[in-house]
Design a binder for this molecule. Structure first.
Ligand SMILES: Cc1cc2nc3c(=O)[nH]c(=O)nc-3n(C[C@H](O)[C@H](O)[C@H](O)COP(=O)(O)O)c2cc1C
Ligand code: SF4
Length: 608
């Protein structure tokens, strides 16, 4: 495929971008608690510039400290005291011929509706955007971006749902226009200002796409220099999409507001270069790649070199969102262990023999990192990808396969990796005479009721062996993530019930994705029993006990599926090995992909 459209130059006002690839604001929580920039923060953006993005837009930055603060580690751009730190960032990004912008954000005052703001307060707020833009300009930024979407302050002024004012500020565009005018005045005609614009609120009575287009035209007429066609006040899952959303699903927002006299950017779930090029060929001027460049900052460079298969695509695991929004801690990435830790690995001078048992994400990450450092690697690999294969079977989870596809290609690039396609035995591993042994052998399912392959099954029969089940009453024992996803799959053709002992199902998942999953289960008619214990399973009934009332109940079933989770699995005793041994991933403790990949990385990194 021809990807050259991505690499055409483009101007935002007077500023030339070397390509059409923009990294959007993604809050990292890498700044210091006092709003100053840490080395980790700067290195994160520098790395994305090094990877080839044409424009980097730094995450939402505080223009009105502390009243307008959002999150525990938000950077501040409201005071000249911060200029030195910002300057270092802009200089380091500029080294790579990338341009840099910063998102100026205000969430509005806590507990104060915009309709209750006084004239003075509104003028003050506008002045804060303008001052922040000047600080940005003096720090070496090429432009600034106004956050006018996601239900934040500017969006609230723009939307008929939230702006009910009857004074001049009831002219809903006025707030955004005054900000632009103020920046013209203080920063000059040649300092561009872009806007992340809610062109559709996705909420009854809010901005719709027809009005969104008119708003965009008016804001452009008043001097805005690029429109990022984004979403407004509506459900969070439309702006922080869970895994099942289709690639590029909301690029139509950019298309529908065309033509404009300035560049229009499409954003949201753009993962593969094919999708990105298609969006450009349909009229958008720029593609915005957020999580895509978190997962692989080298995406632009890899596409330019046509090394498409080597791209480590974002799989939509939502770990970054969980860290930022659920936990308010520094972000992490399910597939990229270097997020927040942008280090270069040094090649070793004396290669060692590293033997790895298992080829799920932990084993494969360990193998590629050890090989990258120059070690000789042997991987005992019976089922390539480990649990990724089964995890990608439930509806909407197919993107998980992208990770095993990536590893499969990556491994081919290393001549110093030997794959042994059999189950590891103690003898076969000893025969390899390892200097280091890494056990990444994964899990075995917990199956308290003996399976018979017909009526009493384990989740592996459904997701692994893909047994076809139709028009049955299915009871699933266990409402963890696996139980819920197995339930979703089976609920497409059956009547399904989940029995869970704990207070809740699918706990531990990121909130938006979890709600999305639970809504789909409800829509498919899945009945969920919480705080109920399975006492007995006989040929026709499951007998359960209510943990609160002690009441017992009999539930008839046609098919029973065990989804009680997994336990670590190590295939042999480790005595008799005369080498360092490290247990990683689920073989150490049953956790998630993010932990498996991180364990694999750290284990291989430590071998010198
Ligand atoms: C962890 C995380 C933090 C984000 N922080 C911001 C932010 O600070 N400001 C903003 O406008 N959007 C933020 N976003 C939204 C992204 O900029 C982007 O619009 C969204 O992730 C969809 O694009 P993508 O699928 O390419 O990631 C954030 C997204 C994620 C995943
Ligand atoms: S954490 Fe998951 S969703 Fe976020 S960028 Fe990484 S792979 Fe994508």
């Amino acid at each position: 495929m021809d990807y050259s459209l991505l690499f055409d130059k483009i101007y935002i006002r007077n500023v030339e971008l070397k390509n059409r690839i923009v990294f959007p604001p993604i809050s990292t929580n890498f700044a210091n608690p006092d709003g100053s920039l840490s080395e980790r923060f700067i290195a994160h953006y520098e790395r994305r510039a090094k990877g080839g993005a044409g424009l980097i837009i730094v995450e939402n930055s505080c223009i009105d400290w502390p009243e307008g603060k959002k999150g525990a580690f938000q950077p501040r751009i409201d005071t000249e005291k911060m200029i030195a730190g910002w300057k270092e960032l802009t200089e380091r990004v500029h080294k790579y011929d990338a341009k840099i912008s910063v998102e100026l954000t205000h969430p509005g005052y806590e507990g104060k509706d915009i309709n209750d703001l006084t004239d003075e307060e509104i003028s003050f707020l506008i002045s804060k955007y303008v001052e922040a833009a000047l600080i940005a300009k003096n720090s070496g930024f090429d432009m600034v971006e106004i956050q006018g979407a996601h239900g934040l302050l500017v969006n609230k002024f723009l939307s008929p749902l939230t702006n009910k004012r009857e004074d001049i500020w009831g002219k809903r565009l006025r707030f955004a226009i005054e900000i632009r005018m103020g920046i013209f005045e203080r920063c000059g005609e040649d300092f561009p200002v872009t806007i992340r614009l809610a062109v559709d609120d996705f909420k009854e009575g809010g901005i719709d796409l027809r009005e969104g287009k008119l708003i965009a035209e008016e804001l452009v007429a008043k001097g805005y220099d690029m429109i990022q066609a984004d979403v407004g006040l509506g459900p969070k899952e439309l702006r922080l999409e869970p895994i099942s959303y289709k690639e590029g699903w909301r690029s139509y927002l950019a298309k529908e507001i065309l033509p404009q006299k300035v560049p229009v950017a499409a954003v949201g779930m753009i993962r593969s270069p094919e999708t990105a090029v298609k969006i450009l060929s349909e009229g958008a001027d720029i593609v915005v790649l957020g999580r895509t460049l978190i997962a692989d900052p080298d995406w632009p460079e890899k596409v330019r070199r046509n090394a498409i298969k080597s791209i480590r695509k974002c799989i939509g695991c939502s770990e970054c969102i969980k860290a930022r929004h659920d936990e308010d801690v520094p972000i992490r990435c399910g597939v990229n262990p270097n997020v927040g830790n942008e280090e270069e690995l040094k090649p070793v001078t004396e290669p060692k023999k590293v033997v790895i048992v298992g080829c799920g994400p932990a084993g494969l990450e360990a193998a590629t990192i050890a090989a990258k450092k120059g070690h000789n690697v042997v991987v005992f690999c019976k089922d390539f990808g480990g649990q990724l294969e089964m995890a990608s079977v439930p509806p909407g989870k197919d993107k998980l396969k992208w990770l095993s596809d990536y590893f499969s290609d990556e491994i081919k690039g290393y001549k110093n990796i030997k794959i042994v396609q059999t189950e590891a035995t103690k003898e076969s591993v000893l025969n390899e005479k390892p200097d280091y042994l890494i056990l990444a052998s994964g899990v075995k399912p917990i199956v308290p009721f003996k399976t018979d392959g017909k009526r009493i099954l384990s989740y592996q029969d459904i997701l692994g062996k893909k047994l076809e089940i139709r028009d049955k009453r299915v009871v699933i024992g266990g409402g963890g993530l696996i139980g819920c996803e197995t339930a979703e799959l089976l609920s497409l053709n059956n009547r399904v019930m989940i029995i869970e002992m704990l207070d809740d199902v699918a706990s531990g998942m990121e909130t938006i994705s979890r709600n999305h999953l639970l809504n789909r289960l409800a829509k498919n008619g899945v009945i969920i029993h919480k705080r109920k214990k399975i006492l007995e399973l006989n040929e026709r009934e499951v007998i359960i006990e209510n943990l609160d009332s002690g009441e017992k109940e009999k539930i008839g079933y046609d098919i029973f599926v065990s989804a009680f989770g997994n336990k670590p699995y190590i295939p042999f005793e480790t005595d008799g090995f005369d080498c360092d041994i490290k247990i990683i991933g689920d073989a150490l403790e049953v956790r998630k992909i993010v932990n498996a990949v991180k364990d694999g990385y750290e284990a291989a990194k430590a071998i010198d």
